[in-house]
Ligand binder design. Structure first.
Ligand SMILES: [Ca+2]
Ligand SMILES: [Ca+2]
Length: 624
């Protein structure tokens, strides 16, 4: 996530305005124009719908409209469903009126359109395989974000610059080799917390849905099969960096680079950032210290090590399980690192936040029990040592519900990760009493979000920065809960979250670059802009409250807003390279979504999730 692009400074550097003047690219050729010129837009999931899944299109009418019925037509314009009643669902954001158009019982594979009030949706595909390959396509963005050797540039990125230890009580100035990992967003900062969460989600996605992933790339990210599913190649890229970021038992590194990176808008192989060692020189690496951090006027509010330590422990312990058949040396190293970093977190409870430099923004993570819970649960799965399970349950009781759930707002990354994987991992390995408790914890969070979701889009999250990440997490938690209990009470909200991310939102935009018919064409990405490159697979931040868009520093739209009619409400989204608040691809959100997309790709496969039993299929909630 880019905090503070400060376009003025980029312009001063002479880079941005030149780039814009040269490229001046509007929507790419072939991008469908946003619909809604008639004032009625019918929004759908642009990937499509599985035959057994709920299927609901949403009408966003910009003026009050009475719409009684809708139909679904095939490619020859023949009605195949309806007329059926449109379900009025009230106003939402820019929509004076919304309607939900439920065609769930249409299960014959084909390509259709949903029509009502003289308007038509984009084509809608119904098929078993609509999610096939979607999770793999997200990996393309992670490969593009690689630091160290980068397969897009076929060159090294920050290979010799990373990094110089800073803010350490006794060892500042020491060089520690930490090249690797992924750039966090369109800047080149790298964070242990987001990388560990992303790595964990990739590992879980493979563990639970191996059939969703292919092998088309090598370990270095270049094309070519290597006998290893690409999701594991990518997870290993993350693990390898995290091992470097935890080089000694009592030295836990948390952040590479800082917001001084934002002074220049240039591609990673020519990064001009100057951290005091010359332009393009070495980059600082920050350890967790348990104390507030910041080398200049701003400070974070760090209090301990546990938020980062728990995440590293989980990634290491999971990696140690999943590479067992492939690399015994790596597996032993990961197991050793998992135990050590978990012990460090247990000894230093509290949060290790990211460090601000010249701007006031940082990741303000405020919870750590969730992270230690997950670390303990994965260590129990790895070692069968019951003290880890006891600890996981104690940590779980400290934060049963992710605190953002049910709220209107939160600080930036205040409750991170956005869902607590620990409860699901306890459910997989714990006794019946623990299983019931874990499911109840999830239910309470889902209920809190669903209670705020009585709008036409069935969306109940707060629209803080990275709202798409929250939606991916909410949907993931709902999936876990459904799998744990067989209770489909929240399936409507789970699918609504996924549908929103893939186009069923007021703007009709799939929030994943390259997926669906209408996705972000001008993301906030220097690589895409300067190389005229079509990125693939990145999940963008997503819509935010208008007040957030207006108050962040340095945002300026660089082209006419093609979605202006839909940016009149309390939330806004802009497909504009200048809007880093809504249109910047994010590494952790992309990896987070991989779990969901993998699950939906293989949900009906009997081999997809052995522990899930029959509840993994997409049964609609039965009417009482
Ligand atoms: Ca591979
Ligand atoms: Ca946390």
């Amino acid at each position: 996530m880019r905090f503070d692009v400060e376009l003025a400074r980029m312009a001063r550097a002479g880079l941005l305005l030149v780039a814009v003047a040269v490229s001046c690219h509007g929507p790419a050729p072939g991008a469908p124009a946003p619909q809604g010129s008639s004032g009625v837009a019918i929004r759908v999931n642009q990937l499509g719908y599985r035959p057994d899944a709920p299927k609901v299109a949403v009408v966003c009418a910009l003026e009050p409209r009475v719409i009684a019925t809708f139909r679904v037509v095939d490619e020859r314009d023949r009605t195949v469903f309806g007329p059926s009643a449109a379900d009025a669902a009230g106003p939402f954001g820019p929509c004076a009126t919304t309607y939900r158009l439920d065609f769930s019982t249409l299960d014959r594979p084909g390509v259709y359109r949903v029509v009502a009030a003289g308007a038509s949706s984009l084509p809608v595909r119904i098929a078993d395989d609509v999610y096939r390959g979607a999770a793999d396509s997200l990996l393309a963005y992670l490969r593009e974000q690689r630091s160290g050797y980068n397969p897009v540039f076929q060159d090294s990125v920050h290979q010799r610059t990373d990094g110089v230890l800073v803010d350490h009580p006794t060892r500042s100035g020491e060089f520690i080799p930490v090249s690797g990992g992924w750039a966090d967003a369109s800047d080149y900062l790298q964070y242990g917390a987001t990388t560990a969460h992303a790595t964990t989600m990739l590992l879980l996605a493979y563990r639970d849905h191996p059939g969703a992933f292919a092998d088309r790339f090598q370990a270095n990210g270049l094309p070519g099969a290597n006998g290893i599913p690409d999701v594991l190649d990518e997870a290993r890229w993350g693990l390898a960096w995290l091992v470097k970021m935890y080089p000694e038992n009592d030295l836990l590194l948390n952040q590479l680079g800082d917001d001084r990176d934002h002074a220049f808008w240039d591609v990673p192989v020519h990064d001009s950032a100057d951290y005091g060692w010359g332009r393009g020189g070495r980059r600082p690496v920050y350890p967790c210290t348990g104390k507030p951090q910041g080398l200049f006027e701003y400070r974070n509010r760090s209090t301990g090590f546990a938020s980062t330590a728990g995440k590293y422990a989980a990634a290491f312990a999971l990696g140690s399980q999943l590479f067992r058949e492939r690399d015994s040396v790596f597996v032993r190293r990961l197991a050793d690192r998992a135990r050590a970093v978990y012990a460090l977190g247990a000894a230093h409870p509290g949060v290790c936040q990211t460090a601000p430099a010249r701007s006031p923004y940082f990741y303000e993570e405020d919870d750590w029990a969730d992270d230690m819970e997950l670390g303990a649960a994965e260590l129990y799965a790895l070692t069968a040592d019951p003290t880890y399970l006891d600890a996981a349950l104690r940590y779980a009781a400290l934060e049963p519900v992710s605190p953002w759930m049910g709220r209107d707002t939160a600080r930036h990354y205040e409750w991170y990760p956005w869902h607590n994987n620990g409860h699901y991992e306890i459910w997989r390995v714990g006794p019946d009493s623990a299983k019931r408790l874990a499911a109840e914890y999830y239910r309470r969070g889902l209920e809190a979000v669903a209670g705020r979701a009585r709008n036409g889009f069935r969306i109940g999250i707060p629209f803080i920065w990275c709202s798409n990440n929250l939606l991916a997490s909410f949907a993931t938690q709902a999936t876990f809960y459904r799998r744990m209990t067989g209770d489909s009470s929240y399936l409507e909200y789970e699918t609504a979250a996924l549908d929103w991310l893939l186009g069923a939102n007021p703007w009709g935009v799939s929030m994943v670059i390259g997926l669906g018919a209408n996705y972000p064409r001008t993301p906030h990405s220097v690589v895409a802009q300067q190389l005229h490159l079509q990125l693939t697979g990145g999940l963008v931040d997503g819509p935010v409250y208008r007040s957030i868009f207006q108050n962040l520093r340095g945002i300026r739209l660089l082209e006419a807003d093609e979605y202006a009619p839909f940016n009149t409400g309390f939330i806004v989204y802009h497909d504009d390279v200048g809007d880093y608040s809504t249109n910047e691809p994010i590494m952790d959100g992309t990896a987070n979504l991989a779990y969901m997309l993998a699950g939906w790709a293989v949900a009906s496969s009997p081999h997809a999730c052995p522990e899930c039993g029959g509840s993994a299929t997409l049964q609609r909630r039965r009417s009482p």
